[in-house]
Write a new protein. Structure first.
Length: 133
């Protein structure tokens, strides 16, 4: 992004909710805190509290829509980072099968018709065929 910019990287520990917010998984820190309190975030396959310390090498698992994402902590950023810098702080270990579930869900959503609208017309079928080619 910016040539020659060095961010101070903490190799030690940081709060889980702050890490999730800083690497742009959640839009706000309160959303990350709420997800942790609801038990949606797991660290090393155990439910984690928002104040839990996260260390390099640990695995964080959570659901994003229908996709179950898995991230490995590389480092803890000092503050929220830009999207291009996120790979410096985490490694995405999410299996391709999970990403396929997300694509399939989107495809089904596009193909869904309103109840009672009947069969698609010939014109609507052509439009759908062009869309999926």
């Amino acid at each position: 992004m910016l040539a020659g910019v060095n961010l101070p990287v903490s190799e030690s520990v940081g709060r889980l909710d702050k890490w999730l917010w800083a690497i742009r998984i959640f839009k706000t820190r309160p959303l990350a805190t709420e997800a942790c309190r609801a038990g949606e975030i797991e660290v090393n396959a155990l439910p984690a509290k928002p104040s839990r310390d996260v260390r390099p090498g640990e695995t964080v698992t959570f659901s994003q829509g229908v996709v179950r994402r898995t991230l490995r902590v590389v480092a803890v950023p000092p503050a929220r980072v830009g999207a291009k810098l996120v790979p410096k702080f985490c490694t995405d270990l999410t299996p391709l099968a999970e990403w396929e579930k997300g694509r399939e869900e989107r495809r089904q959503h596009v193909q869904a018709r309103e109840a009672g609208s009947g069969r698609p017309t010939k014109r609507e079928r052509r439009v759908l065929d062009r869309f999926f080619e």
